[in-house]
Design a protein around this ligand. Structure first.
Ligand code: TYD
Length: 212
């Protein structure tokens, strides 16, 4: 396993509806109030590969093996541009900016792993550096789908409770392999109010003042 850790790189993972975007944004606001330089990114990104992925997330057939392999490859290509590109993760985080990211390669392992091979996907993503902090936001898939329904946007192909149940199981399996990687990994139960999750996440970050 590649154990290169990028200091200041913080990843949020979890099934759709688990609150990764909300918590990333809340943390960013908290850091800004403390005058800590911060940037929020998300995958898929706005690259050519990322834009194509956004379309495929609305129209594809998750169970088609060729489609699934294509998704794994496209997500990894998008990620390579994100990590190593100009103003990418490495150049930004090593420049002293806290780089928060909504999803990283554990999303590929968990989502494309449902109709693919998790080990092969992790191997495909093995060259990517690891974040200093990894937050896994965990919620019951039925509750997650209720939240997605309340958003009222057109559903994407992976946003069903049955699919997300499998994604959740694969997340746990994939994250377990990184227990000894040196990353600081935390699981937050996001069935609790968002304020509590936010406070928990802040309490995990060694670089923040402890009494607030
Ligand atoms: P999400 O991050 O929830 O953003 P939005 O709410 O704006 O749609 O959606 C991204 C979707 O892409 C989500 O269903 C998970 C999926 N995904 C993968 O399947 N594999 C990946 O590697 C990544 C990064 C995302």
């Amino acid at each position: 396993m590649n154990n290169r850790i990028i200091e200041g790189f913080i990843v949020f993972e979890g099934i759709d509806g688990s609150g990764t975007t909300t918590q990333m944004n809340r943390l960013a606001e908290r850091l800004k109030r403390l005058n800590i330089p911060v940037r929020c990114d998300s995958e898929p990104t706005g690259s050519v590969a990322g834009r194509r992925l956004r379309t495929l997330l609305k129209t594809g057939n998750a169970e088609d093996p060729l489609f699934n392999t294509t998704m794994s490859s496209l997500f990894s290509l998008d990620r390579a541009l994100h990590v190593y590109g100009e103003n990418g993760i490495i150049s930004t985080a090593t420049g002293g900016v806290k780089l928060l990211c909504d999803r990283y390669f554990w999303s590929t392992a968990a989502y494309q792993g449902v109709n693919g091979d998790v080990d092969e996907i992790l191997e495909l993503n093995n060259a990517f550096p690891l974040p200093e902090y990894l937050f896994f936001l965990d919620v019951d898939p039925n509750e997650a789908v209720k939240r997605i329904d309340r958003r009222n946007a057109a559903k994407e192909i992976y946003e069903t409770a049955a699919f997300l149940e499998k994604v959740r199981t694969l997340y746990r399996a994939a994250l377990k392999r990184y227990e000894d990687s040196g990353m600081k990994i935390f699981t937050a139960d996001t069935s609790q109010p968002a304020d509590e999750t936010e406070a928990f996440i802040a309490s995990c970050l060694d670089f923040l003042p402890k009494c607030r």
